[in-house]
Each structure stands twice: as C-alpha cells, then as structure tokens.
Design a protein around this ligand. Structure first.
Ligand SMILES: NC(=O)c1ccc[n+]([C@@H]2O[C@H](COP(=O)([O-])OP(=O)(O)OC[C@H]3O[C@@H](n4cnc5c(N)ncnc54)[C@H](OP(=O)(O)O)[C@@H]3O)[C@@H](O)[C@H]2O)c1
Length: 170
C-alpha cells in the first residue's frame, strides 16, 4: 500500500514558516534530499494556507513528473486552478481511498494545521524532517501541541552542508 510521508522543513526551534508565512530562511544550495524524495511520490497534499503561499510564489509548478495536487479546505467549496483538486470532506476516508489506489507514495506537504489533522487520525506513515540550523524565535509551528503523544521509530539521520545557509544569514 502507498505510504503517506510528511516531508517538511523545520527551524531548530520547530517552526515551518515565519509568522508572516515567509520561507526565506530555508533555501540553500543543497536540496537536503528533495530531489530523491520527489522520485518516490506522485501525489501531494497541502492545507489551504500553504496553497495560498504557493500561489503567492507563482503557483503550483508545471510538473514533468505529473504530480497530482490536493488542497484541503473546510471553507472553500470551489476552485478554478486546474492544477489542484479541492478536498473538503472527511480526511480519513479520503486518504484511505488514496492509499488504496495504484501509484507511488503520497507527500503530505503541510502546513502545521493539516499535519495536526493527519496526526489525530494516525494517517502519517513516515516523517522526513529537515532541521535547518536557524533559530527563528517566532513562527508557525509544525507541531501545534494539540494532539496526544505519538511514539515513533528513528529510521535514519543524514547530515547536509549548511555553510551556505549560515552565510546567507549574515
Ligand atoms: N517549511 C516547510 O517545509 C513548509 C511546508 C508547508 C507549509 N509551510 C508553511 O506553513 C504555513 C501554513 O501552515 P498553517 O499551519 O498555517 O496552515 P495549513 O495547514 O497549510 O492550512 C490550514 C488550512 O487547511 C485547511 N484544513 C486544515 N485541516 C483540515 C481538515 N482536516 N479538513 C479540511 N481542511 C483542513 C483549513 O482551510 P480553510 O481555512 O480554507 O478551511 C485550514 O485553515 C505557510 O506559511 C507555509 O508556507 C512550510
């Protein structure tokens, strides 16, 4: 069965974006495993606020790999962007039916609020967390602390060069 993988970048103090949603702190020359990860998936899911940020950054990129994008929203009922499909119903039944379908693994992109919903429903199979060497001090948290303890198994840990990121910060 296809896995649901949360692949997301985090600051050392646990934020996925600044308070204004900006992501300027996370881009480095190193791709910290993104290229390899994208080979493993053909479907991506994101919360509506993450989608809004994506739109402000130029929208969903044309995907040569044909990634199918789903945007979760309780409030939006229609959407004119042909590159995404809106999901507003029950998260569990939607994800379970996606999992049963043929295909590669499924990327849970975030943000924190959608991750919260997935954790509550035990719908995440793997977490690939890139921890960037920066303490933002404030921001949008990955884990909002509104769920019960979830025990995990550490499978792997990998080091990426962070020189560029540190130089950019100066
Ligand atoms: N660092 C990274 O790698 C990374 C990755 C992804 C996102 N981000 C950042 O994270 C920020 C957004 O995160 P966020 O936590 O504020 O918001 P989010 O999770 O992206 O979006 C929240 C919205 O998703 C919808 N939603 C959440 N749970 C739902 C459910 N169970 N069913 C249906 N819809 C549901 C709701 O949309 P409605 O309000 O429309 O009902 C909710 O307001 C952005 O700044 C983005 O750039 C960073």
């Amino acid at each position: 069965m296809r896995k649901v993988k949360l692949f997301i970048a985090n600051s050392l103090d646990g934020y996925i974006a600044r308070l204004d949603g900006s992501l300027d702190w996370l881009f480095t020359d190193d791709d910290y495993g993104t290229k390899n990860f994208l080979e493993s998936i053909d479907t991506a899911m994101m919360g509506r606020k993450t989608y809004d940020v994506t739109l402000s950054r130029g929208g969903i990129p044309d995907s040569p790999k044909g990634i199918k994008y789903y945007v979760f929203s309780r409030s939006s009922k229609s959407n004119s962007d042909k590159k995404v499909q809106l999901v507003s119903g029950n998260v569990r039944s939607f994800v379970e039916s996606l999992r049963q379908a043929e295909g590669k693994d499924i990327w849970l992109m975030g943000g924190g609020e959608l991750v919260e919903s997935f954790l509550k429903e035990h719908l995440i199979d793997e977490i690939l967390l890139t921890v960037h060497p920066v303490i933002l001090g404030a921001g949008i948290p990955l884990f909002r602390g509104e769920h019960r303890q979830t025990d995990l198994k550490l499978i792997n840990c990998r080091f990426y060069e962070s020189e560029t990121l540190i130089e950019n910060a100066r």
